[in-house]
Design a protein around this ligand. Structure first.
Ligand code: GLU
Length: 509
């Protein structure tokens, strides 16, 4: 089998939507499954929509997910350059070839003339039905065309859609797709600024870069008809790549396509990384900043439009490469379910090595002004990883490892604190202070001995220790937590808490 070559071809027009990451992922998976190449091509021919920083964002996002291109701008490769703005001669060369073979023509209609047409006819299409009434090299004489060109009259080059042909191709996801060529308009191939349009540049590059498979979003399905025409017109039909158009990612409520605004609307990220646009409206948070692990996000995205055909849900990137097949891409749209994404994240946090989480959790803690040593942080992560859904939860659910509890669950105090026993609790605190080795085992043994000795019940004592140390009943294993906090800090907290519990109880009586 020839070597597979797949490309991810985003336009640098802003932050890369999460749907774009899914497209990149499927291209990556198919390429890697067959030992092929995953190529990044930057489609930056639309100067009006070019946004500085977008290319860097795309690369950073791909790298964060581990989808590192084998070829692309900054990645090397012998089919470059990989930015379309650097490949202008190629597009010009092939549009000229199309003109010469009569498959394309010059069109001199001014934007005003075209606007006037659209005014008259809202559904105006520049196609086989109207082209002979327009100002182009098919209606003007050879001399007029020459003159216009030599005088520098502005023009575009259009593809001449053929009459009465069926334009068909086999889509891997959708099966046979056919278009009637009479319904296709004469797409602009080269714009007045000398830049190619998406269609022209995309086809020329897929050909020159020897792309074997095009996996892209469903929104490009109808463009494919023109692409097939271009392959035919350029005599490249036998080298046409296979196409697979991915199903839409739908809003959580199923009402239409997930848009970049939906993130703000539903309160979750729809971008891989945070993006700072010119306005507040154009700035977004990302999966990374939201506290997702890249592997978890990838796992979630992989299953958003593809199914392995088994019950397995957790896949590492390598396992995805192994399991992936384009035949199992779903036809219908899939809802974006952020709870499912969080579930994946939780699973990945639980099974991660504490050491691997160290550098991810450290900045979150540092953002709150704490810089614990590695040992403390590892212990903390080990205790909290069962309780975190996102990385931010390490702080949210475990801040009390770094500072005194901000509040105590007063309901528990009301229900369980018995002021008559304050003396007993202080005595327990005294006993724990005498421990030489302040380890979870020792603390536990001492506490149990105390409970038995005083004829108390575990349920009367442990919740108070937990509440005293952490302020909440939701903390991790109590003795491990005390060990990590250390003797001095725990003792101080317990004594202050017991006094405070008494006060609360007295005030409320
Ligand atoms: N530049 C197009 C985009 O932004 C590429 C579509 C394609 O893959 O052909 O999605």
């Amino acid at each position: 089998m020839e070597k597979l070559r797949l490309r991810f071809a985003p336009s640098p027009t802003g932050a890369l939507h999460i749907g774009g990451v899914r497209t990149a992922l499927y291209n990556y998976l198919l390429a890697k499954k067959h030992g092929g190449a995953f190529i990044l091509r930057i489609e930056d021919t639309d100067q009006a929509r070019f946004v500085p920083g977008a290319e860097a964002y795309i690369k950073e996002a791909l790298e964060w997910f581990g989808l590192v291109p084998d070829e692309g701008p900054g990645y090397g490769g012998d089919h470059g350059p990989y930015r379309q703005s650097e490949r202008k001669e190629q597009y010009r060369k092939y549009t000229t070839q199309l003109i010469e073979s009569g498959r394309a023509y010059y069109a001199f209609d001014t934007p005003e003339e075209l606007a006037a047409q659209r005014e008259k006819e809202p559904n105006f299409k520049y196609d086989g039905r109207v082209r002979m009434q327009m100002k182009n090299s098919l209606t003007l004489s050879g001399e007029e065309v020459e003159r216009a060109l030599s005088e520098g009259v502005s023009y575009v080059i259009r593809l001449k859609a053929p009459e009465n042909e069926t334009v068909n191709f086999q889509d891997i996801v959708r099966g046979q797709v056919a278009f009637d060529s009479n319904e296709l308009d004469d797409k602009v191939l080269l714009k007045a600024d000398g830049m190619p349009t998406y269609h022209m540049a995309n086809v020329v590059d897929d050909y020159l870069m020897e792309i074997t498979h095009v996996i892209r979003g469903e929104e490009w399905l109808s463009s494919t008809a023109h692409h097939v025409l271009l392959y035919r017109s350029l005599g490249w039909e036998s080298q046409m790549p296979a196409f697979a158009h991915l199903p839409l990612i739908l809003r959580p409520d199923g009402k239409g396509k997930l848009s970049k605004r939906d993130g703000a609307r539903f309160g979750f990220p729809v971008f891989p990384l945070a993006w700072k646009g010119k306005t507040e409206e154009d700035s977004f948070t990302g999966f990374r900043e939201y506290g997702f692990l890249p592997d978890a996000a990838i796992n979630f995205l992989a299953l958003l439009g593809w199914n392995p055909g088994t019950e397995q849900e957790l896949f590492s990137l390598d396992e995805l490469v192994e399991a992936f097949s384009v035949e199992r891409i779903n036809k219908s749209g899939t809802r974006f379910d952020i709870d499912k994404a969080k579930w994946f994240n939780q699973q990945y946090i639980i099974k991660a090595d504490a050491g691997d989480l160290l550098e991810k959790v450290r900045p979150i803690i540092a953002a709150h002004g704490y810089e614990p040593g590695d040992d403390f942080l590892l212990g903390f992560i080990g205790l909290m990883q069962e309780r975190a859904i996102t990385l931010d939860d390490f702080w949210e659910n475990g801040y009390f490892f770094f500072e005194k509890p901000r509040e105590y669950d007063t309901k528990v105090i009301q229900k369980r604190w018995d002021p008559e026993r304050k003396g007993l609790f202080d005595e327990l605190a005294d006993q724990l202070d005498t421990l030489e080795n302040y380890t979870a085992d020792q603390i536990k043994a001492q506490t149990e001995a105390f409970i038995n000795d005083k004829g108390l019940k575990f349920g009367e004592v442990l919740p108070m220790l937990r509440l005293g140390a952490a302020g909440t009943m939701k903390g991790p294993a109590i003795f491990e937590m005390m060990e990590l906090l250390g003797k001095e800090e725990t003792s101080r907290r317990l004594r202050q808490a017991f006094a405070f519990f008494d006060q609360i109880k007295l005030e409320s009586n």
